[in-house]
Write a protein that binds this ligand. Structure first.
Ligand code: PDD
Length: 284
């Protein structure tokens, strides 16, 4: 079955889908994006992703004329046409096509691209059962990491560093040596006393939609949460660690920079939160 993409209001075979060469998304990364996890045919955490999308668009002053309702109808139709039960939906919105000039064009119609990807659920579940490794690297990104722009150069260099080290993710470090977040995920530890620790949301990390859901679930499970920065050494000494994102849900982290965390296996809090997230997302 051929993959289908959605570009500017039309469904089109993925391999034929294209945008103009002067699209500002391509020329300047003058564009934002969102990623929805799909589980059992349902788009997960939709309100949170829509809220963040429109916030990102607002921060870049991109006037996107599509309503939340129309967007959800298009995304759901994209999911259906690609027959995705488990996978991801990607949406990019750029400022549009205009003659190249750094300043905003006087007139441009935002470009919208949506694509769908199948992910074999058993593979994701097997990875979560085994846990993953992370390595650290300096966070070299700009000062507005709270906006989900497609300007991901620093993130891709970080992820490539992880791959070359045989790790699944990078935890990036600020100038003071504290973990900011992963290259495409938020970072968490479970410190002694079962205290969940994750960095507060400011302009130097992305406000993860999965992160917000996990904070709610943690509350329901009666866990104590401290929103504060932590160091790699704290992570090494922690009982557990994990990362969260739309693509990985809650992914247990079992080592950092080669040092084993806890007993080197996914911890019970991480596993409980992963189960809680799956349930919550399906009931949303
Ligand atoms: N990544 N931090 C960064 C830098 C991210 O790129 C992401 C998401 C997150 C987690 O956010 P959320 O829980 O809303 O997915 C944190 C997506 C999945 C991606 O780039 O593919």
């Amino acid at each position: 079955m051929p993959r289908i993409a959605y570009v500017d209001g039309a469904f089109t075979p993925h391999r034929d889908a294209c945008v103009g060469i002067e699209d500002r998304g391509l020329q300047f990364a003058d564009s934002v994006y969102e990623v929805w996890g799909v589980r059992n045919g349902r788009l997960m955490d939709s309100p949170g992703h829509l809220d963040r999308l429109f916030r990102s668009l607002g921060e870049l002053r991109i006037a996107f004329p599509v309503t939340r309702e129309a967007l959800m109808i298009a995304l759901e139709e994209l999911r259906r046409r690609n027959r995705i039960r488990n996978g991801l939906l990607y949406l990019q919105v750029t400022r549009g096509v205009a003659p190249r000039d750094h300043g905003f064009p006087a007139q441009a119609t935002p470009t919208m691209i949506a694509t769908a990807k199948h992910i074999p659920q058993h593979k994701a579940d097997a990875r979560a059962k085994a846990g993953v490794s992370v390595v650290t690297a300096p966070d070299i990104r700009w000062g507005r990491c709270d906006i989900k722009t497609t300007g991901l150069t620093a993130n891709i260099l970080a992820k490539q560093h992880a791959r070359e080290q045989g790790a699944f993710e990078v935890w990036m470090l600020d100038a003071d040596g504290y973990v900011t977040e992963g290259s495409s995920s938020n970072a968490w530890i479970v410190a002694s006393g079962d205290v969940l620790v994750t960095r507060p949301v400011t302009d130097n990390i992305l406000a993860g939609v999965t992160r917000a859901a996990i904070l709610r679930i943690a509350g329901e499970l009666g866990l104590t949460v401290e929103e504060r920065a932590f160091t790699p050494q704290e992570a090494m000494d922690a009982k557990e660690a994990f990362m969260t994102s739309a693509s990985s849900f809650v992914m247990p982290v079992i080592s950092i920079d080669g040092a084993q965390i806890g007993d080197g296996r996914p911890g019970e809090t991480s596993v409980a939160l992963r189960q809680g997230y799956e349930k919550l997302a399906l009931n949303a």
